[in-house]
Design a protein around this ligand. Structure first.
Ligand code: PLP
Length: 479
């Protein structure tokens, strides 16, 4: 049952990294259907009722992965309006590294709400914005002095990184990569390297955006291939002297959780230095401990010029930012950056508390350990329950995905099977989300604060859902 909604008296959750490591089960665990509603959550509406209202009131373009409606959530668990309990491996799309309603995040937000909730930093500034900027400047890799701009959404952060890069260099061009995802505004859609569903029917996109192939050796593009293609791009379309920035996710998010090899980052750094191009690491999905470090690019040892951040920075509150070298960040004249709500004080307070929780609860180390657990358990589950269907287990730290194919001989992406696994998992009480260019991977974005017991319960449901999906396929084949 969820904790009572009283953050001021709630004790911090037991640190996940200090939780006892449970023994890994050798055989599949039998999992019952989701447990029934805690009494405190007596059902008031049905999911079907709300779904019908939603369909009438909300455009279909805003898709939801799960046909359920949230009533309450706590750490890595969520209850729907019918009182059914779910384990949340999706974390609101990688926003909840510190879990739903982390007590200190909620307490910090409430305390800030009691003081003031909005002044607009551009009218009357406030300390939480400055304190968060100072903290982010200190956490970001590299010794150069840094500055931080705060905005509200990830797409807005990317838009501003582009503006800053253009203003600093006086150049228009931006290079992005195939499979990359940078948001749903028109500039960020232009940068995004995946047509369906994001870019369909909404172009044209801004000019001076160029696309390079993402290095993914398993799909036939080595780092060498990617770098040669970039050199060709410089000859055919993008004069390097007219390129302001190269933007790249350190682990492709929507694109399938493919990490950028360290040698690619190192080569990009050298190319950028040679041509006076800025290097932007889009850490919106990969940052704040998801991969075991504050920023995923740290795994490569490369220091970018700009970093875009959002999502798990504030444990569920809408805030985003651009962190960068102070000389670069100061490129625009006063008034050139900002927005009415940018760096909202409640969200700043939440972010400071979330960052403090990541530090004090050892969540970077927890991420690395969780990644190892997931890798081992997925390998074991795949071999036992779905032989020759789990083509790849990949990622960095706890930013992991498993990819499904029809068979290992053809390695044909199997989006239908992936969808079936996700659907069966939901019926059994586990929220999962797909990713990948072909929609055939399941990504793990579970709160790093989840206990070992919850992780094991979720993995057992995952295995049961995998078995369900195989059983459905077998039954259809037998017809
Ligand atoms: C890497 C990356 N960049 C940018 C964005 C856009 O962020 P937002 O949805 O907050 O606009 C996302 C969102 O998933 C993302 O994963």
């Amino acid at each position: 049952m969820p904790r009572k909604n009283n953050a001021s008296v709630a004790k911090p959750r037991k640190t996940a990294s200090k939780a006892k490591t449970s023994r890994k089960p050798k055989a599949p665990v039998v999992v019952e259907a989701v447990t029934q509603a805690p009494v405190a959550l007596a059902p008031t509406r049905t999911n079907a009722e709300l779904l019908a209202r939603r369909e009438a009131a909300v455009p279909r373009g805003v898709a939801s992965a799960a046909p359920i409606f949230a009533a309450q959530a706590e750490n890595a668990e969520l209850w729907d309006v019918e009182g059914r309990r779910y384990i949340d491996f999706a974390g609101g799309i990688a926003v909840l590294n510190t879990g739903h309603r982390h007590p200190s995040v909620v307490a910090a937000a409430k305390a800030q709400e009691d003081l003031y909730t909005h002044t607009s930093f551009q009218v009357v500034p406030y300390e939480p914005y400055v304190a968060l900027a100072e903290k982010l400047n200190a956490l970001a890799p590299g010794d150069a002095p840094k500055k931080t701009l705060l905005v509200t959404t990830g797409a807005e952060a990317v838009e501003n990184a582009v503006k800053i890069a253009r203003a600093h260099t006086g150049r228009p061009g931006i290079i992005a990569f195939s499979g990359g995802y940078h948001g749903r505004t028109l500039m960020t859609l232009g940068l995004t390297g995946k047509v369906s569903p994001y870019k369909k029917d909404v172009g044209p996109f801004p000019s001076d955006i160029f696309r390079a192939p993402f290095p993914d050796a398993r799909n036939g593009v080595t780092v060498d291939d990617a770098l040669k293609a970039l050199e060709t791009l410089f000859l055919t379309d993008a004069d390097p002297e007219r390129v302001a920035a190269i933007i790249l996710e350190p682990v492709l998010g929507e694109g399938g959780y493919h990490p950028v090899p360290a040698e690619m980052w190192q080569a990009l750094r050298a190319i950028c230095d040679k041509h006076g191009i800025l290097l932007i690491s889009d850490e919106i999905q990969a940052g704040f401990g998801r991969t075991g470090t504050w920023f995923a690019i740290e795994h490569s040892g490369v220091v970018p010029d700009l970093i875009t951040v959002a999502k798990s920075m504030a444990g569920g509150y809408p805030i985003a930012g651009v962190i960068g070298r102070a000389d670069v960040m100061d490129a625009l004249a006063p008034g050139g950056l900002g927005g009415t709500y940018g760096g909202n004080p409640v969200a700043c307070a939440a972010a400071l508390a979330a960052i403090e929780a990541i530090e004090s609860e050892g969540l970077l180390a927890r991420s690395t350990a969780l990644g190892e657990t997931f890798r081992a358990r997925f390998a074991e589950i795949g071999a036992r329950t779905a032989p020759y269907r789990m083509w790849d287990i990949r990622g960095l730290g706890a930013m992991l995905a498993v990819e499904f194919v029809t068979d290992f001989d053809t390695a044909t992406p199997d989006a239908a099977f992936t969808k079936s696994v996700i659907g069966h998992a939901l019926k059994r009480g586990l929220i999962l989300l797909a990713c990948g260019m072909h929609g055939n991977a399941v990504r793990i974005m579970v709160p790093l604060t989840a206990s070992d017991a919850i992780i094991e319960e979720g993995l057992a449901i995952f295995e049961a859902a995998l078995a369900d999906a195989i059983a459905v396929e077998t039954a259809i084949a037998a017809e």
